[in-house]
Write a protein that binds this ligand. Structure first.
Ligand code: PLP
Length: 396
């Protein structure tokens, strides 16, 4: 039996894997020590667990254990990376290059730094969601200290040309930070191969719990220095103070290990399901895929349904399918997604857009049901829409 509603919003968050939950539970009340306690076995046990998790995280992304800093999630990691570079490298320059389709954790941090004297270039994207690599290179100036471009976009799944970006950064002696929250654990990410200097990731996007994440900070070629943003106690090599979230860190480590061993298998299966969903929905008239069809994550599909009233579509689906829309509610109004807008998608079409985020727990039965529901709803809403009727008459 199908259990409703079906969860297809895995880019917003994922369910905790049962094996991850099992691994973390003893650290709440049995092995509850503080990893900073040096004088007894409770502390030693906790510290050992943290170091083991650090190894599991490092291994997934091809890093050294000493290069992993635990944080409260990708928002904090993004803040630490960008503010940390801005403060540490102020003697070299104040210019940061990023991209207008970044996550708010990057964009808002950059806006904040502009008030403190940073100069920020926000690169546009092409209609497929990718930055233009020549535009990136020409944006570099003598005062550029950082390039911050995400690995994979959270709305479209588009994968930026990471190796090309890092080659340019290296050639110009500029640090390269990537928010890889959506990519790590889904596609192979390797800080050596990819030439990444700083990388942010988050547990709850990869079948771990919320509010725990990590920052990779390169220690060789070059050795990156970041000023701390949270002070007190000097935990995490002085880069992030505060008593460590041991259950969360153990869980993040386990989630990374599972992804390393299983992602190849999981995501081949998930991609097949995604492609089935997409093939069916793009078979409807006046329906468009957003983002590069090739260069993207295997489990995301962002589709616009023209001549369908966006609110009506989500309302109609909300009881049976959990998905995200191409709009965001602010306090005052419903705003079209800035990511889709940047790709040249007009406001009306952005409002009639759905992001389908499949995951490793998604089944074929669920996808068949989703195809049936979305197709039925789109057809029903169009039948009631005068614009659709006019459109059909005009092409008849
Ligand atoms: C989810 C997400 C974040 C925020 O991560 P949290 O751990 O929830 O703070 C940042 N960047 C991207 C690309 C994300 O998808």
């Amino acid at each position: 039996m199908l259990k409703l509603p079906i969860y297809l919003d895995n880019n917003a968050t994922t369910a905790v894997d049962p094996a991850v939950l099992e691994a973390m539970l003893p650290y709440f009340n049995v092995h509850f020590g503080n990893a900073a306690s040096r004088s007894h076995s409770f502390g030693w046990y906790a510290e050992e667990a943290v170091e083991y998790a650090r190894e599991q995280v490092a291994k997934l992304i091809g890093a050294e254990t000493k290069e992993i800093i635990f944080t409260s999630g990708a928002t904090e990691s993004d803040n630490l990376a960008i503010k940390g570079v801005f403060e540490t490298y102020s003697g070299k320059g104040n210019h940061i290059i990023t991209c207008i389709t970044e996550h708010k954790a990057v964009l808002d941090t950059c806006h904040y730094l502009e008030k403190l004297g940073a100069e920020v270039t926000y690169l546009p994207v092409q209609s497929n969601g990718l930055i233009n690599i020549d535009e990136l290179e020409s944006a570099i100036k003598t005062n550029t200290i950082l390039i911050s471009v995400m690995y994979a976009n959270n709305e479209t799944g588009v994968l930026q040309p990471i190796k090309q970006i890092s080659a340019i950064a290296k050639r110009h002696n500029v640090l390269f930070f990537t928010d890889a929250t959506q990519a790590v654990g889904k596609v192979p990410v390797d800080v050596q191969d990819d030439g990444i200097d700083i990388l942010a990731l988050s547990a709850h996007k990869m079948y771990g719990p919320k509010a725990v994440g990590a920052l990779y900070v390169r220690r060789k070629n070059p050795r990156v220095k970041l000023s701390a943003q949270i002070h007190g106690g000097g935990h995490e090599k002085g880069m992030r103070s505060g008593t460590l979230n041991i259950p969360g860190i153990v869980a993040l480590g386990k989630a990374c290990e599972i992804c390393r061993l299983q992602m190849q298998f999981d995501f081949l299966r998930v991609k097949t399901l995604r492609d089935k969903l997409e093939y069916a929905l793009l078979g409807l008239e006046e329906t468009f895929l957003n983002g590069d069809p090739e260069q993207r994550l295997p489990h995301v599909s962002n589709i616009s349904f023209k001549y369908v009233e966006g609110d009506g579509l989500l309302m109609a689906l909300s009881k049976t399918i959990a998905v995200s829309s191409g709009s965001a509610c602010t306090s005052a109004s419903i705003e079209p997604s800035y990511v889709l807008k940047a790709m040249g998608v007009d406001d009306d079409l952005a409002h009639s857009t759905i992001r389908f985020g499949l995951g490793k727990f998604t089944t074929e039965e669920e996808i068949d049901y989703a195809i049936e529901q979305v197709t039925g709803t789109v057809n029903k809403l169009r039948a009631l829409n005068p614009l659709w009727i006019t459109h059909k008459e005009s092409i008849a």
